[in-house]
Design a protein around this ligand. Structure first.
Ligand SMILES: [Zn+2]
Length: 262
């Protein structure tokens, strides 16, 4: 544990409380951002009967359990994804605190991890990655990268390598197969990953993401649920891979280099 986290139970109590609050907000972002709705105004509604959800029915985790996963008004089932995302909010904050040497660097890591949760679910649902995150992430990443151990120049190079390499792959794929396999969202996300993680971290992310993608692709093919044409949203692999790299990328590099020497 880094010293600043002060291993008293009180610190981790607040990590859990804040994490649940952020997780609850992530649910709002994942639902509304791709629809272009305001993130700040308007109470949440039941997606089935559109009744406004009262504040006392909107307590993270607790409400889900008390209501037994059903809307109070229409009894329609509530997706288990809501409590899952709330728990992911806690996980993001806890892992960011664990992996960071200072509060500031933990905040940057936490923001990056929370953004990756949004990328994962929005790409899964809509096959898009919102510009607010992919383009905003490039700017924030270049500004904040030094706080997570990536030099400013490295962040700039990383962003450029990310955007250009994915642009090349997209153009090449289009020429070869005649269909676009990679969207503009993926290209911009690559820029964000490069900015936050530096060019080395970006390469590691692509390797991890491609490995995970290949494994899942083979599994799906084996169960005949996919053909070679089924587009798997790449952001769903890049986002978790980027999360791993921002937390333990340095360790993975060290391990890999040790392998090569021995
Ligand atoms: Zn309802």
């Amino acid at each position: 544990m880094p010293a600043w986290t002060d291993t008293t139970p009180l610190f981790w109590f607040w990590v859990v409380m804040l994490g649940l609050a952020f997780g609850s907000f992530l649910n709002v972002v994942i639902y509304r951002l791709p629809l272009g709705q305001s993130l700040w105004r308007g109470r949440s509604r039941c997606p089935t009967c559109e009744t406004r959800i009262a504040a006392y029915d909107n307590i993270p985790l607790l409400s889900f359990m008390l209501l037994r996963a059903r809307c109070r008004h229409c009894r329609a089932p509530i997706s288990g994804r809501y409590p899952l995302v709330e728990l992911l909010g806690v996980l993001c904050l806890a892992l960011a605190a664990w992996a960071s040497p200072s509060l500031l660097s933990a905040i940057v890591r936490a923001v990056f991890l929370l953004a990756m949760v949004v990328v994962f679910f929005v790409d899964l649902d809509h096959r898009i990655i919102p510009d607010e995150i992919s383009l905003g992430g490039i700017v924030v990443g270049i500004a904040a990268a030094p706080l997570v151990g990536v030099g400013r120049i490295d962040a700039l190079i990383g962003a450029a390598v990310g955007v250009l390499s994915f642009l090349l792959i997209a153009v090449g794929y289009q020429k070869l197969r005649g269909i676009s396999g990679m969207g503009g969202g993926d290209i911009k996300l690559a820029g964000t990953l490069g900015a936050f993680l530096g060019w080395k971290g970006f390469l590691l992310t692509v390797v991890l993401g491609s490995l995970a993608g290949s494994v899942l692709g083979i599994l799906l093919l084996a169960r005949r649920r996919a053909t070679g044409q089924t587009p798997l949203p790449f952001g769903c692999f890049l986002a978790p891979a980027g999360a791993i790299v921002v937390l333990v990328g340095e360790h993975i590099w060290a391990w890999y280099l040790a392998l090569r020497v021995s």
